[in-house]
Every structure is written in structure tokens, then in C-alpha cells.
Design a protein around this ligand. Structure first.
Ligand SMILES: Nc1ncnc2c1ncn2[C@@H]1O[C@H](COP(=O)(O)OP(=O)(O)O)[C@@H](O)[C@H]1O
Ligand SMILES: [Mg+2]
Length: 269
């Protein structure tokens, strides 16, 4: 299966002096869900911003369908099919549900998509005249996803989609995320809730120290003892776990990334 998104030896941060992302490589396959899990401060939001074009300083390469977009500004990346749902401020609270969708649709010239979104998100259809600020956390998230889906993106980057939700809504949110490939998108989720995110994903990456520390098929990562002990917050029975690790997971903490020459790419704004 082909990769729709490739991130190759990405380095970058908010100033030229300090890299937050330190040689990170990942890929996202067509209509799959991949999670990048990591603790608070690991650099997950910074990675999401780098992919969508909002990180001021980046080096390395980002490819969509094999085409380098590393130098493209955020607007162009959106046109090329990268959708983004930021962690906060992902809807306009002072506008109605309908107006939130109309704004995106008019920018991208796809007003016909609005009714499709209402058909897929009946709760939003019922509340189309309501202010977004009056929606529940779960409804607001549906609106944020619908806004990102209106332009019919190839890829959706979700930054900690469950962070603002009440615990009761978290499971519901992951179930919603699981349905996103049925809209024709491939989904990259960055999440602190690693286990739950991996449970709805095809593939998983664990981010530590600005790079990928561990990766594998989501089910295998969930069963991996090193992932459990170091990153997923729960150990496993040693014998079973060792077998899993040795057979399947791909430990790449001593990543070769630093040995690979970085492609000199001008700063992106
Ligand atoms: N706008 C910013 N300017 C400077 N540093 C930032 C900014 N946002 C985040 N950082 C720093 O980048 C690091 C990673 O942050 P972030 O990507 O938000 O982590 P995560 O999303 O994994 O919690 C942290 O050390 C944080 O202080
Ligand atoms: Mg974050």
C-alpha cells in the first residue's frame, strides 16, 4: 500500500537555535490511521504544525503522494489535501454550526460538501443554527472534524483530539476517529492517550526526545513489553512480552537518523 504522507528526517522548532523535532521519520498509508503517541511536551503538537506548515523552522522533507511540500506555505498544503484539526480553537464559537462550515466551503469553493457533512453528522444537522459555543464537547469535535473534511482532504492531522473532552466522551471520540477513513482520508493522530489511540489505529509511533523511539503495527505495539513499560503506562508478563518484542516490534531508539545527511531546505514560514 502506498504512503500518502512521508516525513523524512524532519528537524525543526520555533527558533533557529532549538530543535524540538530532532530527525523524525514516519509515513502514513492510504486510508489508514496512524497514531503518534508521546507524553506531554514530547513535541507532538510541534510535529503536527510542521506537517501542516505552521512551524517556522524546519529541515528535512515532507512528501504528499511522493511530492515534496516542505517549502509550501500552510494554505498551499491545505489545497494539496492536508487537513488539520488543532488541539484548541478549532471552531469559531461566535458563529453558528452552519456558518462554521460555510466559511471553509467558501474558501475552498466546495459549498456542496456542507449537506454531505450534515448527512454524515446528524447531530450537527439538528443544531445547524446553534452557536458553536453552545455545543457539547463531543458535538464541537464533530464540527471541528466536519470543518476539516469539507475541502475533501487526503490527509487529516488531528492534534490531541481528546484533550478537551470529558472522560465520558473520550471513547466516543476515538470511535468517531475510527470512522474517518470512510470519508476517504488518511489520518495522523497525535495523542497522549496512547493505548486508546492505538486501539483505533492501524500503525503506531512513539515519540520521545523529538524523534520516533518505537514504531510498529498498532496491535503489535500494544502487545509489546518495552512499549508498555516505557510509554504505555502498563507492564506485561515478562515471558509473553519478550516474545512479542523480539518477534515483532521495531525498536529504533538508537535511530540512524543522525547518520543520514539532512537535505538543506530553506526555512518555511
Ligand atoms: N510556540 C512555541 N514557542 C516556543 N516553544 C514552544 C512553543 N510551543 C511549544 N513549545 C515547546 O516545544 C516543546 C514541545 O511542545 P509541544 O509540541 O506542544 O509538545 P506536546 O504537544 O507533545 O505536548 C515544549 O518544550 C514546548 O515548551
Ligand atoms: Mg500538544
Amino acid at each position: 500500500m502506498t504512503a500518502v504522507l512521508q516525513v523524512l528526517n524532519l528537524c525543526g522548532g520555533y527558533t533557529p537555535e532549538v530543535d524540538i523535532i530532532k530527525g523524525l521519520t514516519l509515513s502514513l498509508r492510504d486510508r489508514q490511521i496512524a497514531t503518534v503517541a508521546g507524553t506531554n511536551g514530547a513535541g507532538k503538537s510541534t510535529l503536527a504544525k510542521a506537517i501542516v506548515g505552521l512551524l517556522p523552522q524546519i529541515r528535512g522533507d515532507i512528501l504528499v503522494d511522493g511530492r515534496a511540500i516542505t517549502r509550501e506555505p500552510a494554505e498551499k498544503r491545505a489545497q494539496l489535501g492536508i487537513g488539520y484539526v488543532p488541539q484548541v480553537a478549532n471552531v469559531f464559537g461566535g458563529l453558528s454550526v452552519l456558518e462554521n462550515l460555510q466559511i471553509v466551503a467558501s474558501v475552498h469553493g466546495c459549498k456542496g460538501r456542507i449537506e454531505e457533512m450534515f448527512a454524515r453528522f446528524p447531530a450537527l444537522a439538528q443544531r445547524r443554527r446553534a452557536y458553536a459555543s453552545s455545543l457539547s464537547g463531543g458535538e464541537r469535535q464533530q464540527l471541528a472534524f466536519a470543518r476539516a473534511l469539507v475541502p475533501n482532504p487526503k490527509i487529516m492531522v488531528l492534534d490531541e483530539p481528546t484533550a478537551a473532552l470529558s472522560p465520558a466522551k473520550v471513547t466516543e471520540s476515538f470511535q468517531l476517529i475510527k470512522t474517518l477513513p470512510s470519508f476517504g482520508v488518511s489520518v495522523l493522530v497525535v495523542e497522549q492517550r496512547a493505548r486508546q489511540a492505538l486501539a483505533v489505529s492501524d500503525y503506531g509511533y512513539i515519540m520521545d526526545g523529538g524523534k520516533i523511539a518505537l514504531e510498529g503495527e498498532a496491535g503489535i505495539l500494544l502487545a509489546d513489553d518495552r512499549a508498555a513499560e516505557l510509554y504505555l503506562g502498563r507492564g506485561r508478563a515478562p515471558q509473553e512480552a519478550t516474545t512479542h518484542r523480539e518477534k515483532h516490534a521495531v525498536p529504533i531508539i538508537e535511530s540512524a537518523a543522525a547518520d543520514v545527511p539532512l537535505l538543506p531546505v530553506p526555512m518555511d514560514s
